[in-house]
Design a protein around this ligand. Structure first.
Ligand SMILES: *[C@@H]1O[C@H](CO)[C@@H](O)[C@H](O)[C@H]1NC(C)=O
Length: 339
């Protein structure tokens, strides 16, 4: 034992005192300092820059619109509902403009592009934040129908693609930026339904868009929030929808899960959400603001401690690790115990 100890200490001493080690250590420190300084450079002239944000009725979009408005940006906030737009306009400066936009409706997007063209004049658009999204229906795959997937994919993926394509000419003119809200669920599939599929799609779409448009001065950033308290994670909505899915299942399928399965599944969702969900939405909007104001915006932003320390590291591990985590978190169906 003493022998190994002294051998290990000796080896460590040799490594630490080796000039190559000092050299690598110094270079790594310098690289980190250089990255940190470069990351803090800002663009200027916010007052001349227009940013269009989708999904500003509530959550990240609503907070970001007010945050950028206070910083002096010219914000065009799109909302799905009249009420969302009116409430936001009342809470912001007269500089902020609201527009109604339904991202699943191409004609509605064309209307928003026309409105934005008039607003930006010859300057073009500085920022497009694709933030609008929905989460339900989510649940075990066997409980779902094709239209349940489409409902989410139409908003979260096809909506993002349609909005981006229609705004590209204005972004090109403004040498602007696209900020796409993905999720840690774009790296790990933790729940059935269209949500994870849509976020994986947003990650892929954004990676390709970044490489295709960099030649024309358009920068693309991806935001990957962990769990935050927004409409997307609202338990009452998720639970009500899960009950709808459960009650429409054939009796024999429900029997195979067992009478208590729905309650246990709902409790598992409650447990994880209460444990993980953060109310501090500014962690996400801070990343969005960096992507819009930094001279060198990052490609990916993990937002929230759970994203940085838990989900993103987990996404790099072999699949059996996340399989195990989900097995522990979710209840077992009654007839599933023997398999
Ligand atoms: C959004 O547009 C789609 C397609 O036109 C339509 O089916 C849906 O009802 C609209 N949603 C809202 C909230 O207006």
């Amino acid at each position: 034992m003493a022998f190994t100890n002294s051998l290990e200490t000796g080896l460590l001493e040799v490594i630490l005192s080796h000039p190559a080690f000092t050299c690598v250590f110094l270079l790594a420190t310098l690289a980190a300092i250089r990255w940190y300084i470069r990351d803090s450079y800002k663009v200027d002239g916010f007052g001349e820059k227009h940013v269009l944000i989708t999904g500003c009725d509530s959550g990240f979009g609503n907070l970001l619109a007010r945050q950028l408005d206070r910083k002096g940006f010219r914000v065009i906030a799109t909302c799905l509902t009249e009420k969302g737009a009116a409430d936001l306009a009342a809470a912001a400066s007269p500089r902020l403009k609201t527009v109604l936009l339904n991202v699943t409706d191409s004609a509605s997007i064309r209307g928003a592009v026309e409105f934005a063209s008039r607003e930006v004049g010859g300057r073009g658009l500085w920022g497009l934040v694709n933030n609008a999204g929905r989460s339900t229906p989510i649940g075990p795959t066997e409980w779902l129908r094709l239209e349940d997937f489409s409902k989410v994919l139409d908003v979260n993926l096809m909506g993002v693609i349609d909005v981006t394509l229609q705004f590209l000419p204005l972004l090109r003119k403004g040498q602007g930026r696209v900020v796409n809200v993905a999720s840690i669920l774009g790296r790990l599939s933790l729940v059935g339904g269209g949500y994870c599929l849509s976020k994986y799609g947003v990650e892929a779409f954004s990676d390709i868009l970044r490489r295709d448009m960099r030649h024309f001065g358009i920068k693309v950033s991806i935001i990957e929030p962990g769990f935050f308290r927004t409409e997307v994670t609202r338990l009452d909505l998720i639970e009500a929808d899960l009950k709808r899915l459960w009650t429409r299942l054939p009796q024999e399928i429900r029997d195979s899960y067992g009478a208590t399965y729905l309650d246990e599944y709902v409790k598992a969702q409650e447990f994880s959400m209460n444990l993980l969900c953060s109310s501090d939405l500014s962690k996400v909007t801070g990343c969005m603001e960096h992507a819009l104001t930094a001279r060198f915006p990052r490609t990916r932003y993990g937002a929230g401690w759970d994203a940085k320390l838990l989900w993103i590291p987990l996404s790099y591990l072999p699949s059996f690790v996340s399989d195990f985590v989900m097995r522990v978190l979710l209840p077992l169906p009654k007839e599933g115990r023997n398999h």
